[in-house]
Write a protein that binds this ligand. Structure first.
Ligand code: PLP
Length: 419
């Protein structure tokens, strides 16, 4: 019997209004305690309010004048690209604001099917399925595919949405040390008894800007009969010669079985995610993936924007090359100035500072100089490894990059982070 029924019929039940009042008072107490604990731990996240479009120059509430933005995932600068906006407006006009329905009831329009076909073509895979976000794609995949007869082997630093997605499935779970191929191999050996073995990794890791060793992962997967899944949120559109992602960068496009990625970063930045891979897998996801089955279709404007972003990428890789050149410029100049930058030539450039307070104070002083960057510290990154994460975009000019480096040097000297 439900506890609430026991209370309702009990001799000491308080009058309805009082009970609701006291439950609310109790809730407020619990919430205040939780919030205080977050403040006390120094992990409170506050949000700056942007009053303009996303782009290299933005306006932020409470800050006078425009500021240079170095902390968006707008890698290719397509979030405010005129052709992307125009395509969104056209889709809005032609197909309406939204579908008021899930895909399988009456929420599939021709543009959803076209975008899925385009995504599959872009990644050179058999088929693709759209989700409201990549968080949803990660939440849907593992539970729909894997059973207790299967095993999943996941890099310990995988994104939270992969971790949550794996939690939802009933497969046996192995966690291998970050990028540690000896550990992955040991776990693959242990996992031989299972029906399917799926290795799951981010392509590029967003805190360190480091890249999964996909050649080695694919070699081990082939040796031990495993499948490879890669989350390409921080790679799709800009890693590899034509922006196909980490698998293109490392020459293993034909060996990665499943890709999940986002439309909410390089591909226009609106929202949406997808899985692309073998046709029967996509068919199964349409039948079983809960975030697909039980959530609304992507709005037409979002579909229009992403579709145009992919067109731009497939027409030319000039934007990809421009972003790569600017990334190199920033990394080279910062290292020459004496800073340590983690990662492998990725536009995520973690400027390592170590101390949490130093990272936070330097980020504040950068903003005073018109540069928007964010400091990351424990528990988002390990203790003693605080950093300011800078993200480069194709639409930063060389002058923007140089201004950012100059501000870092000035602020770094001020705070003793540089000699
Ligand atoms: N996977 C990775 C590696 C991410 O960085 C993110 C977003 O931060 C996601 C998944 C979720 O993507 P989305 O914003 O489309 O839900």
């Amino acid at each position: 019997m439900w506890a609430s029924r026991v209370l309702r019929t009990g001799r000491f039940a308080a009058p309805r209004g009082c009970r609701a009042q006291s439950a609310l008072t109790q809730l407020r107490g619990v919430l205040e305690e939780e919030l205080e604990a977050i403040r006390g731990a120094g992990t409170w996240k506050s949000e700056r309010v942007i009053t303009s479009r996303q782009g290299p120059r933005i306006h932020v509430d409470g800050v006078s004048g425009g500021i240079l933005n170095f902390c968006a995932n707008n890698y290719l600068g397509l979030s405010s690209h005129p052709e992307v906006i125009q395509a969104g407006l056209q889709a809005l006009e032609e197909f309406g604001a939204g579908l008021s329905s899930t895909r399988f009831i009456c929420g599939t329009q021709s543009i959803h099917k076209d975008l899925e076909a385009k995504i599959a073509r872009f990644h050179q895979r058999e088929d693709a399925i759209l989700y409201p976000s990549c968080f949803d794609a990660n939440a849907g995949l593992f539970e729909a595919l894997l059973t207790p007869q299967d095993a999943v082997l996941s890099d310990e630093l995988n994104h939270a949405s992969i971790i949550d997605g794996i939690r939802l499935c009933k497969a046996y779970k192995y966690r291998y040390r970050h990028l540690d191929m000896a550990d992955l191999e040991a776990k693959l050996k242990e996992a031989q008894q299972y029906r399917l073995r799926l290795v799951a990794t981010d392509g590029a890791f967003s805190m360190d800007g480091d890249i999964a060793p996909l050649q080695e992962i694919c070699r081990l997967a082939s040796r031990y009969g495993a499948l490879v899944f890669v989350d390409e949120c921080h790679a799709t559109g800009f890693l590899g010669a034509t922006g196909r992602g980490t698998d293109e960068l490392l020459g293993v496009m034909d060996q990665v079985t499943i890709i999940n990625s986002t439309l909410g970063k390089a591909l226009g930045g609106a929202s949406g995610g997808y899985t692309t891979g073998p046709g029967p897998l996509v068919s199964l996801l349409r039948q079983r993936a809960r975030p697909y089955l039980f959530s609304n279709s992507l709005p037409p404007a979002v579909v229009g924007c992403a579709s145009k972003a992919l067109d731009l990428l497939m027409e030319s890789n000039a934007i990809v090359q421009s972003m790569a050149a600017k990334t190199q410029r920033f990394r080279r100049k910062m290292e020459a100035a004496g800073f340590t930058i983690l990662g492998a030539n990725h536009p995520i450039c973690p400027v390592m500072l170590g101390d949490a307070r130093l990272a936070s104070c330097m980020a504040d002083d950068m903003l005073k100089r018109g540069i928007f960057v964010i400091g990351f510290s424990y528990p988002v990154v390990p203790k003693g490894k605080a950093r300011i994460r800078v993200q480069i975009s194709a639409v930063h000019s060389e002058e923007d990059i140089d201004r950012c480096v100059e501000a870092f040097v000035e602020v770094g000297r001020l705070h003793g982070a540089l000699p």
